[in-house]
Design a protein around this ligand. Structure first.
Ligand code: GDP
Length: 524
């Protein structure tokens, strides 16, 4: 399906991600969005196409076993004249590093809340990432078909816990659990819904003028108008500046409010714009082609043990087949194997525009944070993707010593993808590396993939460290002979000191006051 309009100019783009706590309804909302907008393509869709249920990648297998979403990929939708790139973010806190990388590749986030639960821990963490990155946030309150909090109470909670002032785009007519319709506070008009069974088809809508709504719904619509009137109107400038969040209500399960969400993604979310570069400048969208790798993933298809690097186009036009420069090596990179789709559903992509996501198949030389750019344009590099401070550590070795080669290859691959951080300790050597993770589930992914993909089952042992600090200046000499500390080297050459806990760190600093040990980037 074409992503161009009739004149051959690219259709406008919006690149968004939904952030939510597990169970708030992200998968349901994603399906509902795909139903309202035409899905152009899916990259790494969690479920295979119907009728091909047997085609399940290893990746999906572990997701299904655990019931969690680990991989991040993109779904491209077309709504009216706009192409919407919807990037998936893993919901589980243990994959927050992954989520952070995805959020670097979007221009707007949709914060999805469960009407009964309000702001949950993972929503807040993800929100903090958006705030740190300057990503504006739209809010969608889901599950209004179930008893839940009062709408105004939710607005207070949003303001108190995120600092964002909610500005209603829609307002529910009726309490949570008794949804009579959605009010447009600016016009006073109300849309009512006749629920479609199971959400399989679009809910039937009726549009009532303000007078019709008053006549048909009475006091309940007056109450909704009064409540919505207590809040400020939607304001684009303060939304883009991260001070307000346009607020919508709905029921993802029966598609209620989903159309308004799409309309407002198009209306309010910013189009892809200039992106900051590593040298402190910006790359304008109309500059020659450039893009950044925000995710690398392998083993998604049992038939093809290949690695896919996800590129967000930052400027210009990506043309499949055109050679580009890999900024980190200066080498030419062939883009022949560019796809928008994964596994058996992989589909070749020929052109992509700023905001789009391209999967580069078998791009083993590309790592997260790398830049690709047009050979003729001025060279450019985007800022490196930050690595979070690991908080969990294990040692790993091949359960079968005869598989040491596969073990090394597999661990190196998984570290390259960013699944875990590979840390080499001089005492243990690379036959027994230390693996560092932000969340312990990352180790499970490593164990599973080492066994199933690399045929090298692991033996891991927990290490008693909780803190990693950067070793700088004379830290290494100062740490010589210290107990409960291990100095390891990360793949990028940085040396890290692994310390048991903050009491041990404080004790170390008392004993050796000259220690610097600056902090690594910590997860918000
Ligand atoms: P995720 O973990 O955020 O992807 O959440 P899911 O989309 O898997 O939804 C979690 C559960 O909530 C599922 O049982 C859904 O059917 C249910 N759910 C999602 N949206 C709604 C909704 O609008 N109303 C109700 N009642 N249930 C919903």
């Amino acid at each position: 399906m074409s992503t161009e309009d009739h004149e051959g100019a690219p259709a406008p783009r919006r690149s968004i991600a939904v952030i939510s706590h597990p169970d708030a309804g992200k998968s349901t909302l994603t399906e509902a969005l795909a139903l309202h907008a035409r899905a152009i393509s899916r990259a790494g869709a969690v479920h295979g196409k119907s009728g091909r249920a047997g085609v399940v990648s290893d990746w999906q297998e572990i997701e299904q076993q655990r019931g969690i979403s680990i991989s991040s990929a993109a779904l491209q939708l077309r709504f009216e004249d706009t192409v919407i790139n919807l990037l998936d973010t893993p919901g589980h806190a243990d994959f927050s590093e992954d989520t952070y990388r995805v959020l670097t590749a979007v221009d707007c986030a949709v914060m999805l809340l469960d009407a009964a639960k309000g702001l949950e821990p993972q929503t807040l963490k993800l929100f903090a990432v958006c705030k740190a990155r300057g990503v504006p946030v739209l809010t969608f309150v889901n599950k209004w078909d179930r008893p839940g909090k009062e709408a105004l109470e939710l607005c207070d909670e949003i303001e108190q816990r995120t600092g964002l002032v909610a500005t209603p785009v829609t307002w529910p007519v009726g309490h949570a659990g008794d949804l009579r319709g959605l009010l447009d506070p600016t016009t006073g008009a109300v849309t009512t819904y006749h629920r479609a069974p199971g959400g399989a088809t679009l809910a039937e809508e009726r549009h009532l003028t303000p007078d019709e709504a008053t006549a048909e719904l009475g006091d309940v619509v007056e109450d909704a108008r009064d409540q919505a009137g207590l809040l400020p109107e939607v304001d684009v400038e303060s939304f883009l500046a991260g001070r307000t969040t346009p607020l919508m209500f709905g029921v993802a399960l029966t598609n209620i409010g989903v159309h308004q969400l799409l309309e407002n993604v198009v209306r309010l979310a910013p189009a892809p714009g200039p992106r900051p570069t590593a040298d402190g400048g910006v790359r304008e969208v109309d500059a020659p082609f450039s893009g950044v790798i925000f995710k690398v993933q392998a083993g998604m298809d049992r038939q093809h043990r290949d690695q896919v690097a996800f590129l967000r186009v930052q400027s210009g036009v990506f043309e499949r087949g055109a050679p580009v420069i890999h900024a980190q090596t200066g080498r030419t990179f062939a883009t022949k194997y560019a796809a928008t789709v994964f596994g058996r559903d992989r589909e070749v992509i020929d052109l992509a525009y700023p905001g789009d996501v391209v999967g580069l198949v078998n791009a083993t030389s590309l790592a997260v944070g790398d830049t690709l750019h047009d050979p003729d344009g001025p060279p450019v590099r985007f800022p490196p993707m930050p690595a979070f401070a690991p908080e969990h550590f294990v040692t790993a070795r091949a359960a079968d010593p005869g598989r040491a080669k596969q073990f090394r290859k597999g661990i190196a691959q998984l570290a390259h993808e960013g699944v875990v951080q590979l840390l080499i300790s001089p005492d243990r050597g690379d036959g027994e590396p230390v693996l560092g993770a932000v969340g312990p589930l990352q180790f499970e992914v490593v164990g599973f993939r080492m066994e199933h993909e690399f045929n090298a089952p692991l033996r891991t042992q927990r290490l008693p460290y909780e803190i990693a600090r950067l070793v700088t200046g004379s830290d290494a000499e100062l740490l010589a002979g210290a107990r409960n500390v291990e100095v390891v080297t990360r793949a990028d050459g940085a040396r890290l000191a692994l310390v048991r806990d903050r009491w041990h760190l404080a004790a170390l600093r008392r004993e050796r006051p000259a220690l610097e040990l600056p902090e690594l980037l910590v997860t918000p």
